[in-house]
Design a protein around this ligand. Structure first.
Ligand code: PMP
Length: 453
């Protein structure tokens, strides 16, 4: 055997040994997962991860291994553990799909699990749909979106936030969901870390896991009015930390951060050179003062927007991102790879939708949320009144309450709600969506109250 063959032989043995150890680790992770499940514990435990991280770093020092390599490997292992332990988790989408399938079997369901306004898109959308054929929107287009549409979005945002946004700062996408995927997958790399403030819309975490990015969770509580500790955020940041996600008005809590806290969080991100992914799709449903991250004019911020909620156009799958031209370029490359470009007929229709006044949607949603809040006050629920969005995130006054069991049971009575565990470690919470007419919401709340017992 030559020298290189002998060394390669050792490499093979070590690699196979690592795989054997991985198998043993996976088995332990599964066992711990079922114990956590039985005890009603959440999957991620930041303190436990911190302890393991400390041990790994001290071993690196002892054996002289570069910390960066070990940290990347550890993040990979931790992510795999989360994926394994999350496999049976209920999300609001699983309840939504179950509700849809019950409907197909003829059952009547009141949808209070999904953030989908029941009202129609603006009238102008109907007219524009009839025009797309004659206007010739039948071909491939630019991956960043139609220039005319991007320019209109740039103007709209410049006027609204009094900033100087240009066409090159805009990229059209198939809904904010796809913008979130594009920003996480094109800007971050395996082993990088992302900070997510929970409760949170589940797609941030799922996208990070999908791209092998480690999620660091800032857990917020009802008692602290869903406000994150800026100290905790700062203490999590290390050289691997690359992005923080903000989503205000928030899904599921409806929270808008007090100005001072938001300023501090943005400041921390800027000082540490982090990307800020600010998902602002509920900005038209802000019922008190709210500040867009666009106003900070930070060149590493990515703002995601959508027509889904503001224009009741969920099914059209249309949204956009606002960021620096460099970031837009990177995201557009991935968009081109995935879908070439967003359907031009839909872009044209959305361009036209910009002409509509949608302020009635905001009033309607605020009133509906008011109805849900009034009913909830008479029930065994604790909550902070939402400052925006279209949901009530409430804790059930029952120590043994399990939101997932309840949501499944409630479906039998014809009402769908989202279990709290979809948004983080909130097993005894429910998210109740106010996207139905008032009488339907009243009936839904009556049924929820009855099933709560
Ligand atoms: N962001 C948040 C916070 C959401 O709640 C949702 C949908 N519920 C989305 C993004 C997805 O929006 P879109 O329909 O534009 O993909």
């Amino acid at each position: 055997m030559s020298d290189i063959d002998k060394l390669r032989d050792q490499i093979d043995k070590i690699t196979l040994e690592i795989i054997r150890l991985l198998k043993a680790r996976v088995e332990l992770v599964k066992e711990i997962g079922s114990i956590k499940n039985n005890l009603g514990l959440g999957i991620t435990n930041e303190e436990r991860e911190r302890q393991l991280r400390t041990k790994v770093i001290s071993l690196c020092k002892e054996i002289g291994l570069e910390e960066r390599i070990a940290a990347t490997m550890l993040n990979f292992l931790l992510n795999e553990s989360v994926k394994i332990q999350s496999s049976g988790k209920q999300t609001h989408l699983s309840i939504f799909l179950k509700a849809k399938s019950l409907e197909q079997q003829g059952k009547k369901i009141i949808h209070m699990e999904v953030g989908e306004p029941d009202f129609y898109p603006p009238k102008i959308v109907k007219k524009a749909l009839g025009e797309v054929y004659d206007k010739g929107f039948t071909k491939y287009g630019e991956s960043k979106g139609m220039p005319e549409f991007r320019a209109a979005l740039a103007r709209k945002n410049s006027e609204r936030y009094r900033t100087n946004i240009k066409t090159e700062n805009i990229m059209v996408s198939s809904g904010a969901r796809f913008s979130v995927f594009l920003s996480i997958s094109s800007l971050l790399h395996p082993g990088d870390e992302i900070i997510i403030i929970e409760p949170a819309w589940p797609a941030y975490r799922e996208n990070a896991l999908n791209a092998s990015i480690k999620v660091r969770t800032v857990h917020t509580t009802l008692e602290e009015k869903w406000e994150p500790s800026t100290k905790e955020i700062e203490s999590m940041i290390n050289p691997n930390t690359k992005m923080i996600v903000l989503n205000y008005p928030n899904n599921p809590t409806g929270k808008i951060l007090p100005r001072k806290i938001q300023d501090q969080v943005v400041d921390i991100a800027i000082k540490n050179g982090l990307y800020i992914l600010s998902d602002e799709i509920y900005s038209d449903y802000a019922y008190k003062e709210w500040k867009s991250v666009l106003s900070y004019e930070y060149n590493k911020s990515i703002i995601t927007q959508s027509f889904s909620k503001s224009h009741a156009m969920t099914g059209f799958r249309i949204g956009y991102s606002v960021s620096s031209p460099e970031i837009i370029d990177r995201m557009a490359k991935l968009q081109a790879l995935c879908i070439t470009n967003v359907s031009e007929p839909i872009q044209y229709v959305s361009l036209k939708a910009l002409e509509a006044d949608t302020s009635d949607n905001t009033k309607t949603m605020k009133n509906r949320l008011g109805v849900v809040i009034q009913k909830a006050k008479t029930m065994r629920l604790d909550f902070e009144e939402p400052d925006g969005a279209m949901y009530l995130f409430a804790r059930v006054r029952n120590d043994n309450f399990d939101g997932s069991d309840f949501a499944n049971k409630l479906l039998d009575s014809g009402v769908a709600v989202a279990p709290g565990e979809a948004f983080g470690d909130y097993q005894n919470f429910l998210r109740i969506s106010a996207c139905q007419p008032e009488q339907t919401l009243i009936e839904g709340m009556r049924v929820i109250n009855k099933v709560l017992g």
